[in-house]
Design a binder for this molecule. Structure first.
Ligand code: IPD
Ligand code: CA
Ligand code: CA
Length: 270
């Protein structure tokens, strides 16, 4: 549990680092396209966490969105998977609704998941089979629900993407309603807290889901691909994070659509 306690300390320190740093000017660059932004604060926060982990545990490996461990191809040993700022667009446009996310895996098995809502300074954390917490408060098992009586979260981009959007559109039609927060980690948190029953993504990277999967597991939820398959820890995946009842219901929408299956397979190089 020593690594878990250390992770709690440094993620809170990273939050303080971001809150202090964002008061000053920072540069904003684009990555793959004009809407894919990264700021100095993303990079500096990853470096901040990297330095702390490396100093304390030089033998641990670190995979981060902004470049740490870019050559990592297996999950051997202790692996930290870090998103220094999840929800960079919210960070830039809203100055809230963004998170630091950490998932720690040992030989590929879940060890601990931590997500910090930076501006609220709320830390969601869980160690494998030890329950999940919001700060010091225990989080209880989530309730089961069906789609027609549920709020779910997804990103509107998937609804306008031809080839994959048909099942998303039908899910939106059949749900009670849909919310979109703009931080995958905080969307996981909403499922963990039970304020949303499911979160659906066509594509996430390891740093977007590594912490959330462990947290959700501890409150009786489940995370798979949209087709119900096991998530590949070091690859991009589609993600369905949900309570078990709605999870079963939702996978049927995607499994019944041949065009979705074909495009999903090609996109994720399955
Ligand atoms: C993004 C956010 C967003 C999700 C994107 C992610 P970033 O992460 O989690 O909600 O829809 O797929 O890439 O780039 O802000 O760390
Ligand atoms: Ca992210
Ligand atoms: Ca990020």
């Amino acid at each position: 549990m020593e690594i878990y306690r250390f992770a709690q300390e440094i993620i809170l320190d990273a939050g303080e680092f971001i809150r202090n740093r964002m008061i000053e000017d920072f540069n904003i660059d684009s990555k793959l396209n004009a809407n894919d932004l990264v700021t100095d604060v993303d990079k500096e926060t990853e470096q901040f966490l990297f330095d702390k982990i490396e100093e304390r545990y030089p033998q641990h490996r670190i995979l981060g969105e902004e470049g740490a461990g870019a050559d990592i191809e297996d999950a051997d040993g202790v692996l930290w998977i870090i998103d220094p700022i999840d929800g960079t667009l919210n960070f830039v446009h809203q100055l809230e609704n963004f998170a630091v996310s950490i998932g720690i895996y040992i030989d590929g098995k879940p060890y601990a998941g931590l997500i910090l809502d930076v501006m609220k300074n709320d830390l969601y954390h869980a160690a494998f089979e030890q329950g999940a917490y919001k700060n010091d408060e225990v989080l209880h098992d989530i309730e089961e629900s069906s789609l027609k009586s549920s709020l779910i979260s997804t990103n509107a981009n998937w609804l306008v993407r031809e080839g994959i959007n048909a099942p998303f559109i039908q899910v939106v039609k059949d749900a009670r309603s849909v919310r979109s927060l703009g931080s995958a980690a905080l969307e996981f948190v909403n499922v963990v807290r039970g304020t949303s029953s499911a979160a659906l993504f066509f594509r996430l990277h390891p740093w977007d889901f590594a912490g959330g999967i462990i947290l959700l597991n501890e409150v009786g939820g489940i995370t798979t691909t949209l087709l119900g398959d096991e998530v590949r820890l070091l690859k991009t995946n589609s993600i369905l994070a949900a309570n078990k009842t709605i999870h079963g219901e939702l996978t049927e929408y995607f499994r019944d659509d041949d065009s979705f299956i074909k495009n999903h397979k090609a996109f994720h190089k399955l």
